[in-house]
Design a protein. Structure first.
Lengths: 116, 145
């Protein structure tokens, strides 16, 4: 059941993203940015928590989750430390994706030769 | 030739893609990525006794590792071109953009090449993610306390 909802949620999000790509002049950079902002907005509305409860890994794997964890980090940062927590906490939960991408890319770029 | 005529010609000559086929393919591939991630989450929870939150973080990292690796091996570019939004919208697209930027600019050196360009594509996601999260967090504090 979890797998079905993961499939439907992640697939549905990609479906809409593809419709935007094909029917407008927006580039993949626009679309991923829009979905990230949308994730932060849905996190603000409290809906993204429900999406994760519904679709599990399907909801945490799309880029909207990045916006959501940034929102969550900033919001919880404020709860713990006040205004400075907004700044200090924002990247805490989103750190995993950025650090992972940077570290693995750098390791691979050292090992593998660039293709032409 | 005025701009209108030029625009018409561009519209006519831009190759038409099969939109419904693209969307269904993105749905299917994106769904498979979601199922794959949920599969890793389940394995981590049941075999490694992780909490759901930790399992999500590990899954995020594993998905990123796999897409960086596939990009480094070279065939992931073709996959992304074919699956389009199905691989761009998941975290795979983020990792792919960082790794391919690193590879594209490797010949320009570590600072002016990789350092200056590694976030060339992923930068907008990080920038607008931070800005929107900051803005909505302030709204959240105002609304929910």
């Amino acid at each position: 059941m979890n797998f079905l909802s993961a499939f439907l949620f992640a697939g549905g999000a990609c479906f809409f993203a593809q419709l935007i790509l094909d029917n407008t002049k927006l580039t993949p950079g626009h679309v991923t940015s829009i979905f990230t902002i949308l994730g932060a907005f849905l996190g603000f509305l409290g809906l993204y928590d429900k999406f994760i409860a519904f679709a599990g890994g399907g909801a945490t794997t799309i880029i909207s989750n990045f916006g959501y964890v940034l929102y969550k980090g900033a919001y919880l940062g404020f709860q713990e430390q006040g205004i400075i927590g907004l700044f200090a906490g924002l990247l805490t939960k989103g750190s995993c994706a950025i650090v992972g991408a940077v570290v693995f890319s750098f390791i691979f770029v050292l090992i593998f030769k660039p293709r032409d | 030739m005025n701009t209108d005529e030029y625009k018409k010609i561009v519209d006519r000559l831009t190759p038409k893609e099969n939109k419904s086929k693209n969307a269904l393919l993105a749905f299917f591939i994106g769904g498979l990525v979601g199922v794959f991630a949920e599969g890793i989450v389940s394995i981590l929870i049941h075999c490694f006794a992780l909490s759901r939150t930790e399992a999500y973080l590990w899954t995020c990292l594993i998905v990123i590792l796999i897409s960086c690796f596939f990009t480094a091996l070279g065939f992931f570019d073709n996959w992304v071109t074919k699956a389009k939004a199905g691989l761009i919208l998941p975290t795979t697209g983020f990792a792919h953009s960082v790794t391919s930027a690193a590879f594209d600019y490797k010949r320009d050196g570590f600072i002016t090449g990789i350092g200056a360009n590694v976030f060339k594509l992923a930068g907008s996601v990080i920038l607008y993610g931070i800005l929107s999260a900051f803005f909505f967090a302030i709204l959240g504090v105002i609304f929910y306390g």
